[in-house]
Write a protein that binds this ligand. Sequence first.
Ligand SMILES: Cc1ncc(COP(=O)(O)O)c(C=O)c1O
Length: 412
Amino acid sequence: MTIPTGTDTSQNYANCVSLPPHGSSPSPHRDTRAVTSGRGSHRALTADLSPSTTWSSEGLDDTHRQAVAGRRSKMYSRYTNPTVRLFEEAVADLEGAEDALAFGSGMGALATVVYALCSPGDHIVAQQQLYGGSLAFLAGPVQRMGISVTFVDATEPGAFTRAATTPRTMLVIAETPANPSLALADLDEVGSIGAPFTVVDSTFATPMCQQPLRHGVNISLHSATKGIGGHNDALLGVIAAESDLIDAIWAYSVLHGAAASPYDAHNALRGIRTLGVRQERQCASSLALAEWCAQSGRFSAAHHHGLASHPQHALAARQMSMFGSMLAVELEGGEDACRRFIDALELVRPATSLGGPETLVCHPASSTHFGLDPETLSNSAAAPGLLRLSVGLEHITDLIDDISRALDKSAT
Ligand SMILES: Cc1ncc(COP(=O)(O)O)c(C=O)c1O
């Protein structure tokens, strides 16, 4: 893999260290590793919170040593922070990656990756079914910087490969399962593209349900604000990849400045400890709810790749160990029907985030995907009658009761 040379901060990353080994005999089970990873070497059971932005030095020579020590420096939190580093170590472990790098948000992660790896004149191939913020970024600011973007339908086999053939194609960006349609990209196809860089936004899956790097993908990206943090109290992004690629992106990231907060990293580390059980429960409830929605005959469509009837079910079964905590349903009657249904819900709350303990409902066309041009919006599959549900930790019977009651009430 060739690392772009546009960002000449080699003095900073030449001395970067890889992550320390995280135990002499790591468990093969991810739910165990969620408990054991990112602990550092001390005996406290909770990660130390290091809120300091700045560390003093012994004098000019020591400051210079820190300035050229890359991620090993203990100088300034935009370069590295001990609490953030533990969070990165935990995510790298869960993703089966050599290293990870955290950011102040998922969008911070995406923007940093794009601008670290691409230059004016380069070309990006991106999935047309993406989170609305990612679409807006790729359709607007990225192209303003002279980087062209071709959007492809991820559900069409071979679409990424066919579009990624120009000499200036630098990056392929997929998101699977996609927000909000739950469309899947084939990880084996994306991983086989020598683009030269491939990125998969794996937010909906969390590392518990799929690991893109195992399929040959270069970078696994998450909004850790969602399932990884899992409690709606941490705004974070994170990428996992090989060390040399992380080092190169880190060298740019210190200039871009979307650094992660140690407070958020601390909260997310606590979230990671329960990621295994949370995901197990949320994935099971999401599938049960999708089955109920599909059988109820009350929705015009229920989208969940765990359903045997889903056109991409075989692909989901091949590349995911669990199907995730998200589902999407469609109501005849478009936005008005969605508004009436949301207003009638009592337990399920309207909110735009996902992956936390509370079951949330979101109308993407008027919120997360609002403001996109009509064609981009339509290609993203955020239809006016589509609702996205993030299934939480409540009892499944209570969720079904609430949804059933809301359907009755909103129909009258
Ligand atoms: C799939 C996906 N990727 C990225 C993001 C952006 O993450 P953040 O809100 O942490 O910037 C989101 C936000 O909803 C998302 O759903």
